[in-house]
Each structure stands twice: as C-alpha cells, then as structure tokens.
Design a binder for this molecule. Structure first.
Ligand code: FES
Length: 147
C-alpha cells in the first residue's frame, strides 16, 4: 500500500510503485481535474505541484512522491486561488482542457517569484501547450494577479 498526501488529504492506495502519478490521481483516487495530454512530458496538461513546484505527473512514479505535498487543480493554495480568479476575470479558457496544467505552472511560478517579469512568465509557461492559443490571456491573467 502507498499513502499519498494530496490537497492536504491522505489517500492510501494499492498501486504499482512505478505507476505514473497521473494515473493514480485520476483513475485510482478519482481527482479528474488533472488532464492527460501526451504522456511524454511534452504538453503540460498533467502538471501538479509537488512540494509547491510544478511537475509532470505523467512522468512521475508514485514511489517518488510518497511523503511529499501534492497539490492538484482541486487544491486550495493561496496563489492557485488568486490565479483562478484572474483566469475568470480575463476569460482565459477556450476549450479549457489544458488550463489546469497552465494554472498549476503559473502557481509554481508565483510560489517562487512574487513579481515575475514578462520573460520570467514566458520561460515558466513554455512547457505548457494550448491548442486554442490562449497564451496572451494567460500572460495577462498572471500579470494581473501580481499587480
Ligand atoms: Fe504529461 Fe503531456 S500528459 S506532459
């Protein structure tokens, strides 16, 4: 058995320790806000926070995050909630599929940098792909959050 701490709640699950965290979160635990996009660390849809830093859950074996603080889009950390408000205000999502990963990456950025420059935002968000092209609104929403 493996115990994971997700959004401040403990989940004890019976999974292969090498299973990607994404499957444990979505299929075993049932938190489906985190999305599957590519499965190879190329799109960012699956990102979650591990000890406040964004990580690709599709590439993260469950065994490597035991004892760590995992936050998904269902979490309620301060920066995540502030960003969600800005996302609403700026009408960021189009289809919405990539947005949980975008929000998690933006949260990770604000967790480590309270006043990111345009370049910092571009660098931080570069691993998150949006097929609808919401990049400009994402950037505006992040900037608004730190104003
Ligand atoms: Fe993990 Fe695309 S599903 S990066």
């Amino acid at each position: 058995m493996t115990t994971l701490l997700i959004n401040k709640k403990k989940y004890t699950i019976d999974v292969d320790p090498e299973m990607p965290l994404l499957w444990a979160i979505r299929d075993t635990i049932g938190l489906t806000g985190t999305k599957f996009g590519c499965g190879i660390g190329a799109c960012g849809a699956c990102k979650v926070l591990v000890d406040n830093v964004a990580a690709y859950s599709c590439l993260t074996p469950v065994s490597t995050v035991v004892g760590k603080n995992i936050t998904t889009i269902e979490g309620t950390t301060e920066n995540l909630q502030l960003l969600q408000k800005s996302w609403e205000e700026f009408n960021v999502p189009q289809c919405g599929y990539c947005q949980p990963g975008q929000l998690i990456t933006a949260t990770s950025l604000l967790n480590s940098n309270k006043n990111p420059s345009d370049n910092d935002i571009d660098d931080a968000m570069s691993g998150n792909i949006c097929r609808c092209g919401t990049y400009q609104r994402i950037k505006s929403a992040i900037k608004h959050t730190v104003e």
